[in-house]
Each structure stands twice: as structure tokens, then as C-alpha cells.
Design a protein around this ligand. Structure first.
Ligand SMILES: Nc1nc2c(ncn2[C@@H]2O[C@H](COP(=O)(O)OP(=O)(O)OP(=O)(O)O)[C@@H](O)[C@H]2O)c(=O)[nH]1
Ligand SMILES: [Mg+2]
Length: 314
């Protein structure tokens, strides 16, 4: 029997998924310039997409031969039953020193406590070249936008120094816009980190990867289009038989049509937009854009449970 849902997600114009504003190119250059004073790279990525969406350019330009830890952050939003499989696949297929899962919203997160000792151990067993004499260690935090790089710095600093936030954090992509001056995160051992701007690849090779990145808010929603992101979310939930959205959106049954799903929710919640008719009277239409934002936000706050958007790649 043919599935009642789409087999693949089509439609999207690749240009919508490309976001490479000036500060990203500039940030990448600044990061390269700082590299000679860096002992270890911590790449932060979103634990909902551990196998896709990392910027491939980092490998050639930044991480190279330095010790390289991959931190999969926002573990509170992913499906942790895949943790071991994901970790093994990454270590097996890539040249990485270590994978650590974290949740920066949780002050007692064990992963956060593991980062500095791991970095210290890797640095000590690496060739520090020009920095062999330096007593202090310096770490650069890199990654695509909005994955929690600045949050991670604040969490580490708070763990070791008990101090308040030093790095600026925000819910939309593109908060940190240049390489920041180094932040002390620990006294003994003396460790500094550089916070850097989130950087996407200048070209999106795979549309589905671009959509996953958009769903995880690494691009700004309005650039891609909220209804497209919401449609991809609906497609993904149906594909993985996650029908929690049916009651959330007040649908009678699972549907593959995002406009119907959003309209049902908007009507139920009496969310409408007023338009002026040509004869001066007013008409009301369901607020599809508002509902698309609401639906995406529900995913991003875990309403449909922990979700691994890369489960199809395992
Ligand atoms: N649920 C959840 N949210 C998190 C976690 N870590 C960070 N966030 C949130 O993710 C958003 C982005 O955090 P930032 O630390 O600003 O991310 P960034 O990578 O520095 O972003 P850019 O500077 O824009 O590249 C903020 O709203 C944080 O509160 C986490 O572990 N879990
Ligand atoms: Mg930041």
C-alpha cells in the first residue's frame, strides 16, 4: 500500500537556504589569524543533527591538526537513545579526538565538567609547536550559528570560576558577530577561550541538510520562510511516525498538508488576520504565519519530545 505521506521533501529553492553574510567570511579570517595562539579546538554542534550540517570548511581552515573535540549541545532536545550509535559512527568515520554531549541549560551537566579535563589531556599529549613554553592553555570554540557556543563558554566559566556570563547569548542566529577577546574560564590550570561567530558553509550542497539547519534555527527563519520550515517539520514528524502534532495543531487526523494543519490550529485558537476588502469591508483569514512560528517553536522547545533529525542517516 502506498504511504499517505510524502516520500521526500521537494520544492525548496537552494538560494533560500544559503546564508553567508559578511561577518561570517570576516570571522573565518579572524579565526585563522588567531590559530597560532590556540592549543585546542572545541567544535559545538546541535545534538539533533550530529551527522549533518557541520561546516566542512572548518576542517581545512581551522581544526586541521590541533586536538579537536566535538561537543553535541542541546542534548535535552535530541533523542538520547541514539547516543552510543551516533558517537561510534562519528569517531569511526572522522578524525576527531572526542565527542561530548552537553546541555547548557543544566548547571550540573556532566558533559560540561568533562570538557576541560579532556582538553587538558589532549593538549598535553599533542605537539604544541610554538606554544610549547606557554603555561596557559588556549581553546577556540567554533561551530555553525546558534548551537550554543557562547552559552557553553558561560557554563564552563561558571563551573570553574563561579562567575556570571561573559559571552553574549541570544535565541536567534548571528548573535556573536566577530572573534571576541579571550575569556578566562579557569585559574588552575589557567585556561582561556576565544568565542567566535557561528559560520555556515557559503554553499548548501544538500537541500535536506539546509532544512535541518533551518529547523534547528541556525539560519534566520524569515530568510528561509516560516511556512517552509514548518512544512519540513510536518514532513519529518510524519516520516518518523511522530503524530503528537495532531492534537497540538487540533487536526482530526495526521495530514501531509501544512496549510490545512496550520489553518485548523489557527481556527481553533481564533488566530486570524484582518484584511481590508476592495469595498472597504473587512475579512478575516487564519493566521498561517503565526501558527507556523508557533509550530516551529513547539519543536524547538521539545513539545514533540527529544528528536534526532538525523535518524535517517544512521
Ligand atoms: N534547550 C537548550 N537550549 C540551549 C542550550 N544551549 C544554548 N541554548 C540556547 O540556544 C540559543 C543560542 O545560544 P548561543 O550561546 O547564543 O549560541 P551561539 O552558538 O553562540 O550563537 P551565535 O553567536 O549566534 O553563533 C540561546 O537561546 C540559548 O539559550 C542547550 O543545551 N539546550
Ligand atoms: Mg555566540
Amino acid at each position: 500500500m502506498a504511504s499517505k505521506f510524502r516520500e521526500s521533501f521537494k520544492v525548496v529553492d537552494k538560494a533560500l537556504l544559503r546564508w553567508f553574510p559578511g561577518h561570517m567570511g570576516k570571522g573565518m579570517k579572524q579565526m585563522q589569524q588567531k590559530l597560532k595562539s590556540v592549543d585546542c579546538i572545541i567544535e559545538v554542534h546541535d545534538a539533533r543533527i550530529p551527522l549533518s550540517g557541520r561546516n566542512p570548511d572548518f576542517k581545512h581552515t581551522i581544526s586541521g591538526i590541533k586536538p579537536h573535540i566535538l561537543v553535541l549541545n542541546k542534548m535535552d532536545l535530541t533523542d538520547m537513545k541514539y547516543k552510543n550509535v551516533v558517537e561510534e559512527k562519528i569517531i569511526r568515520e572522522q578524525n576527531l579526538s572526542k565527542v561530548i554531549y552537553t546541555n547548557c541549560k543544566e548547571s550540573l551537566c556532566p558533559g560540561i565538567k568533562e570538557i576541560i579535563p579532556t582538553a587538558q589531556r589532549l593538549i598535553k599529549s599533542s605537539n604544541r609547536y610554538n606554544r610549547a613554553e606557554n603555561k596557559e592553555f588556549c581553546i577556540m570554540i567554533i561551530g555553525v550559528p546558534n548551537v550554543g557556543k557562547s552559552s557553553l563558554i558561560n557554563s564552563i566559566r561558571n563551573t570553574y570560576l563561579g562567575k556570571k556570563s561573559a559571552a553574549h547569548v541570544g535565541a536567534v542566529a548571528g548573535i556573536t558577530r566577530s572573534v571576541q577577546s579571550q575569556i578566562k574560564v579557569s585559574h588552575n590550570p589557567l585556561i582561556y577561550v576565544f568565542d567566535t561567530p557561528g559560520i555556515l558553509s557559503p554553499s548548501i550542497k544538500n537541500v535536506e541538510t539546509g532544512l535541518k539547519l533551518a529547523l534547528c534555527a541556525t539560519l534566520q527563519d524569515h530568510l528561509v520562510g516560516e511556512q517552509i520550515i514548518a512544512d519540513y517539520l510536518l514532513y519529518y514528524l510524519n516520516k518518523t511516525n511522530n503524530f503528537d502534532y495532531v492534537s497540538y495543531l487540533n487536526c482530526d487526523e495526521p495530514t501531509d498538508d501544512i496549510r490545512i494543519a496550520l489553518a485548523k490550529a489557527a481556527i481553533h485558537r481564533q488566530a486570524s488576520i484582518k484584511y481590508r476588502n476592495f469595498d472597504g469591508s473587512y475579512i478575516y483569514r487564519p493566521d498561517l504565519l503565526g501558527m507556523a512560528r508557533n509550530f516551529i517553536n513547539a519543536f524547538r522547545t521539545g513539545v514533540f519530545g527529544g528528536i534526532l533529525l538525523d535518524s535517517d542517516l544512521l
